[in-house]
Write a protein that binds this ligand. Structure first.
Ligand SMILES: [Zn+2]
Ligand SMILES: [Zn+2]
Length: 392
């Protein structure tokens, strides 16, 4: 216990000591937004800092140029903090990943300092391209998380939610092949691929009455013909299908693709289906770890107004939560509602209040890590909950 007390003090004093540099790094990343897969500035900045702090750094892990693994400590229980640093095209840091990036770094350096001779390993894992491609899907596939006993990250938001779940998600492209014909002289010679897309949307809209509450289907038309006087011989629609778990997702996908098949039959066109190779799995928050984090928030200097459980859209941390016990708490930056992925949220993520929350998140994750390092009982409980999840 006495050892823990001094550990908490070290966490606070280390973050205090590094405060200016941590905030500067987050500000610099905010001022230099990079889209997914191109985050060279952010990954250079963070890895250089972590090297200086005594971490061993491996860059380009999982085959992703801007990913990295930075580890402190040689052996024992291994805690990983996920750092995201990609921005949105044109909007910049409208999802606040500049805060996620440095909260993980703050947690990493503070927990590393608090090890104070304990066995244990602390890693900051640089996970690029969350917004578009889902970098963590690659990192999970290539085994980057295999050695991690517990993984944590935080996401800025406008409401505080600790036990966050997310929807499993996959995207599909329906490509219809028809036959061109003059639209006025001999339309009967044509096979209208655009009609097939329209029928697909109508079929899906009729299907909505029969979909479960958690299912989301949303699509766009990306190709719909080239000239009004030509029956389109090619038309393409893209859909995202989401559900609370992979079984529900599979059921929904079967019904959605049946709509596209039916539309092809009705219009005499042929259908080609492309499926994304990057399905997001549903996030399953580890309750034991989440409870320790919730308890640690006041110690970290963050007052929770009204913590709720809740759901976010779809996140690549979901895939991590399937291979290692994980949490993905959302912490409110403000009590006003500012929608994410907007210039307003980007502006909010470069305020003093936002940097306060970022550092509180870093402290809370480090304190959570220290409690887990110091308690074999907690380690066992976290593992047990995760094993039960895997069996179900
Ligand atoms: Zn986002
Ligand atoms: Zn985000």
């Amino acid at each position: 216990m006495i050892k823990s007390m001094s550990g908490y003090r070290t966490i606070h004093s280390k973050i205090e000591e590094e405060l200016d540099r941590l905030i500067k790094m987050s500000r610099d990343i905010h001022g230099h937004p990079e889209v997914g897969g191109e985050e060279y500035f952010a990954s250079d900045l963070i890895t250089a800092y972590l090297k200086e702090m005594g971490f061993k750094v491996w860059r380009g892990v999982g085959g992703l140029k801007t990913a990295f693994m930075a580890t402190y400590g040689e052996e024992g229980y291994h805690i990983g903090f996920c750092s995201e640093y990609d921005a949105l095209p044109e909007i910049g840091h409208g999802c606040g990943h500049n805060l996620i990036a440095i909260a993980a770094v703050a947690a990493g350096v503070a927990l590393a300092a608090a090890l104070e001779g304990r066995p244990g390993r602390v890693s900051v894992i640089g996970t690029p391209d969350e917004e578009d491609h889902g970098g963590k899907v690659d990192l999970v596939r290539t085994g980057v998380f295999d050695d991690i006993n517990a993984a944590m990250m935080f996401h800025p938001s406008c409401s505080t939610r600790i036990n966050v779940t997310s929807l499993a998600c996959c995207d599909y492209r329906f490509i219809f092949h028809g036959k061109n014909a003059h639209a006025a002289i001999e339309p009967w010679e044509g096979r209208n691929a655009l009609d097939a897309v329209i029928q697909t949307f109508n079929g899906i809209n009729a299907l909505r009455q029969h979909l479960k509450e958690d299912v989301r289907v949303h699509g766009i038309i990306t190709e719909g013909g080239l000239a009004t006087n030509v029956i389109p011989d090619r038309s393409v629609a893209e859909f995202l299908v989401r559900a609370r778990d992979s079984v529900g997702l599979e059921e929904a996908v079967e019904k959605v693709t049946a709509c596209a098949r039916g539309a092809a039959t009705a219009t005499g066109t042929t259908l080609e289906i492309e499926q994304s190779d990057y399905p997001y799995e549903a996030m399953c928050s580890n309750n034991v770890l989440a409870d320790v984090f919730a308890e640690s928030l006041p110690q970290a200097g963050y007052t929770v107004q009204s913590a709720q459980t809740g759901e976010v859209g779809s996140i690549d941390m979901g895939n991590v939560s399937r291979v290692t016990p994980s949490i993905y708490p959302l912490l409110a930056l403000t009590d006003q509602w500012v929608p994410r992925h907007t210039p307003e949220f980007a502006a909010l993520c470069n305020t003093e209040k936002a940097y306060d929350v970022m550092l509180a998140a870093g402290r809370a994750m480090a304190i959570t890590g220290l409690k887990v390092f110091d308690s074999p009982v907690l380690q066992e409980k976290i593992k047990e909950e995760f094993s039960n999840l895997k069996q179900n």
